[in-house]
Design a protein around this ligand. Sequence first.
Ligand code: ATP
Ligand code: MG
Ligand code: MG
Ligand code: MG
Length: 436
Amino acid sequence: MRLSRYFLPILKETPKEAEIVSHRLMLRAGMLRQQSAGIYAWLPLGYRVLMKIQKIVEEEQNRAGVVELLMPTIQSADLWRESGRYEAYGKEMLRITDRHERDMLYGPTNEEMITDIFRSYVRSYKDLPLNLYHIQWKFRDEVRPRFGVMRGREFLMKDAYSFDLDQEAARHAYNRMFVAYLRTFARMGLKAIPMKADTGPIGGDLSHEFIILASTGESEVFLDKDILDLPVPGEDTDFDADLSPIIKSWTTPYAATDEMHDPEAFGAVGEDKQVSARGIEVGHIFYFGTKYSEPMGATVTNSDGVEVPVHMGSYGVGVSRLLAALIEANHDDDGIIWPVSVAPFHVGLINMKPGSEADGACNALYEKLEAAGVEVLYDDRDTRAGAKFASMDLIGLPYQVIVGPRGLKNGEVEVKNRATGERQMLSPEAAAEALI
Ligand code: ATP
Ligand code: MG
Ligand code: MG
Ligand code: MG
């Protein structure tokens, strides 16, 4: 992409309304524009990152055997009356009336709708297990939308729903999702720690929040620092095998949010290993049994021919919140530092002097890298080099290639690693080799 033809509205001033660094940097880097409180337009650079995150989430859901579909954002209130949640949900739900005076709503989550889809088609235990997901915009009329996409009102969520014959089978579905989440966040370069979460009236121990440590996080968390060094399951994980040993290793060290905190158990963790910190909830998995299948009549016949309600779980990932979490975890005074896996472009190519011999060298590099599948943002604009450097640092692409007439005289271009600040003078050919 040539910057002269792109749309990257970088702000010079630091926006006053932004309280945390990720929000400030997203606005300054031209990724995001607020349209109403908690409702954002995704500008091209922000949208590219959002789609990269979405792709990783999809790949790991697919790997774990979850099947993608897409449900609408607008739902009928009648479904929610069946589950009893229409009244219970309260003011967080955006209620809408259509021209025929029908009660509709903008979905804050999809348990009811997926249960309706399930009951319309599935009749037999032979069709189980089933696990379906979608990535769709949600709306929650949060009391205090803040921190940009960290707590928006409209936000992108991955939500999956599992259907099983009994609790034991549902536990396996839960374990699969647990492992898929460990992999998903690790691929983005994040350490997301599974923490025991409140299960509400259903009880049991089958709910975990996945939390990223960050001083700006809204949750207060307590953990045994051993959990930070546990290995993440590899690509070759067999999701049909018994995953309980992995789950056991990840749920043995102490880790809890303040709602579930047990000071006594935390005290038993050696003092040198106790960590009290703040964290961001980026995912949440939940087994809730027959909470929706029973009132909504989502049943299957079991092997004895008896009709039984299915056991369900739901599993959310805050796809748009992850952008903010990623920036909270990866930035410095100059701007964002994207991990390669989610970077909007891999390389920022800076032409120090458009109109000079740098043009030819830049064009050649640009074409070579793009042809090799390396995504390049080429700053070909006729502006000051200093401003170009500052913009590149701000938007945080993993590598910069700086090309100017002076370097070219010695047959060299400069390659800068955004994360380490390390700089190297290389021939254009060697630079291309290093980046491919
Ligand atoms: P929170 O405690 O932050 O309000 P939640 O527990 O209400 O989140 P869930 O119902 O568990 O959220 O939804 C699944 C995921 O969706 C959360 O783990 C979070 O990552 C994301 N999410 C929830 N609310 C928002 C929001 N207002 N803006 C952005 N992401 C959100
Ligand atoms: Mg909430
Ligand atoms: Mg929560
Ligand atoms: Mg939650």
